[in-house]
Ligand binder design. Structure first.
Ligand code: HEC
Length: 221
């Protein structure tokens, strides 16, 4: 027994192959990593999923926010611009539109102005020029064309603000807006004709700044 045992032991000792440490050899090979290199790896699944989700979300977003791809949604100004072939608005309608666009902010839709800041047009002796004061239609047109500043009296109250000039409006437009304010809110004065506006514009064409009351009173004397 002992000899056998010793023999076995000796045999193993003498014959190397049985003793090679396979684990150890493989272990050191397994520890070696390949050098990183570009290759044709398959795309990771999570990445494909993210892209698919983004594409899906993009489609959903477009469907809900595209406005049906209607031209008047995407180029609103071009379509909203008035049709050049449409008939021009009647003077009353033009006057109302011009008032809403240019004057309503200060003089208000009621024509009553704002407190001590913006004077009223309703019942104003500047607007109806009924002979109750020194005002004439010429002054009204001149104020619209070139503006007004400094202390003024309207319906017995004092104001000291600045009214911007509107000389960029055409004669017909000035006439239309003046005709409008002379016939609204209980005002009942005669219409202002574009020819009259043209005449006052010609006479005051040298004017570069707003009028003061003193200058207007001197006008046409
Ligand atoms: C930025 C504000 C503002 C806008 C916009 C404006 N006004 Fe005035 N307006 C005034 C002020 C302020 C006065 C008084 C000026 C002063 O105190 O010297 C005035 C005075 C007048 C007067 C003479 C006084 C009176 O109350 O009757 C008339 C008429 C008038 N505006 C008409 C118009 C018309 C028409 C428009 C539009 C085309 C217009 N205004 C736009 C501020 C404005």
């Amino acid at each position: 027994m002992r000899r056998d045992g010793a023999g076995d032991g000796e045999f193993r000792d003498a014959d190397g192959p049985e003793e090679i440490d396979l684990q150890g050899v493989h272990g050191s090979i397994l520890r070696e990593h390949h050098e990183p290199a570009e290759g044709r790896e398959s795309v990771p699944l999570w990445f494909v999923s993210v892209i698919m989700l983004l594409v899906f979300w993009g489609g959903f977003y477009l469907a809900t926010n595209s406005g049906g791809f209607r031209a008047d949604v995407f180029v609103p100004h071009r379509v909203a611009r008035p049709d050049p072939n449409a008939p021009p608005p009647a003077p009353e309608e033009l006057g109302r539109r011009l008032y809403v666009r240019n004057c309503v902010l200060c003089h208000q839709a009621t024509g009553l102005g704002v407190g001590m800041q913006y004077p009223p047009l309703a019942g104003s002796e500047w607007v109806v020029t009924d002979g109750s004061g020194w005002h004439r239609e010429e002054h009204l047109v001149a104020v619209l064309l070139h503006g007004l500043e400094g202390p003024v009296e309207v319906r017995g109250r004092s104001y000291n603000g600045a009214m911007p000039p509107w000389k960029l409006l055409r004669d017909e437009e000035i006439a239309a807006v003046l005709t409008y304010i002379r016939s609204e809110w209980g005002n009942a004065a005669a219409p202002v004709e574009p020819e009259f506006v043209a005449e006052v514009r010609r006479r005051t064409q040298e004017r570069r700044k707003p009028w003061t009351v003193g200058e207007l009173r001197e006008m046409g004397r």
